[in-house]
Design a protein around this ligand. Structure first.
Ligand SMILES: [Zn+2]
Length: 202
C-alpha cells in the first residue's frame, strides 16, 4: 500500500473508533451531582470526639468517595468544609448548621461504630477500621464515608463481602439495582442543587 493510502486508512479507522466512543458516551445517563457539607466535629466538653482530619484530608477522602460512586454516575460536590461545634456534652449537631439541600457528613475522632447514618447526618470516625478484601479501597475513611452516603441515598445493607453496602469491609462495588435506587435518591438533591435559592428558602 502506498504511504498516503495507509495514512487515510488509519485516519478512517480512528474516525470510526471516535464515533463509536461518542455513541457509547451519548447512551450514558447524566451524572447526578449531590452537594455535601462536611462538618469537622469539635467539642469543648468531649475533646475525645474532636476530629484531627484537615481540609486536605477531606479533599483526598472525597476524591476516593467519588471514585467509588463514579460507576453509578453520582458525584458528591463539597458545598463547604468547616468546624462544627457541638452544642453541649453528648449533644447533637446544631440543626442550623445542617445543609438542607444536600447531604451532611460529620467526622469525629472516635465512637463505637465506624460510622452510621442518623437519617439527617452521616457520622464517620477518623479511626475507622475495616477488614481488607481483594480489590477493596486502600483506605477505610473514604470507604466508610461512601457506605454511609449509600444509606443516605436509600440503600440498605447487602452482606456480600466485596460490595459497598456490606458491613465492615473495604469492598466498594454496586449492583444495578443499587445504582438505580441510589440515582433516584441522588436526583432529589441534584434537582435542588440547580436552584441556589432553594437552600436559603427552607
Ligand atoms: Zn451500614
Amino acid at each position: 500500500m502506498k504511504r498516503a493510502l495507509q495514512v487515510r486508512v488509519v485516519m478512517f479507522v480512528l474516525a470510526l473508533f471516535a464515533a463509536a466512543c461518542g455513541a457509547l458516551r451519548a447512551e450514558e445517563p447524566p451524572v447526578l451531582t449531590v452537594p455535601v457539607r462536611v462538618h469537622l466535629m469539635q467539642s469543648e466538653q468531649d475533646t475525645a470526639m474532636n476530629t484531627t482530619l484537615t481540609e486536605d484530608d477531606v479533599m483526598r477522602i472525597f476524591t476516593k468517595v467519588n471514585k467509588v460512586w463514579a460507576p453509578a454516575g453520582i458525584s458528591f460536590v463539597l458545598e463547604s468544609v468547616g468546624v462544627t461545634r457541638m452544642a453541649a456534652a453528648g449533644g447533637a449537631m446544631p440543626r442550623e448548621r445542617l445543609l438542607k439541600a444536600g447531604l451532611n457528613v460529620c467526622y469525629v475522632k472516635d465512637m463505637k461504630d465506624n460510622g452510621f447514618w442518623s437519617g439527617q447526618l452521616a457520622l464517620v470516625k477518623d479511626t475507622a477500621w475495616l477488614k481488607k478484601v481483594p480489590g477493596g479501597l486502600d483506605e477505610p475513611i473514604p470507604r466508610v464515608t461512601a457506605h454511609e452516603l449509600g444509606h443516605a441515598l436509600g440503600l440498605e445493607h447487602r452482606q456480600d463481602v466485596t460490595n459497598l453496602m456490606a458491613s465492615g469491609t473495604t469492598g466498594f462495588s454496586l449492583n444495578e439495582e443499587e445504582i438505580a435506587k441510589a440515582r433516584t435518591g441522588a436526583a432529589k438533591f441534584s434537582a435542588v442543587a440547580k436552584d441556589p435559592a432553594a437552600d436559603a428558602a427552607r
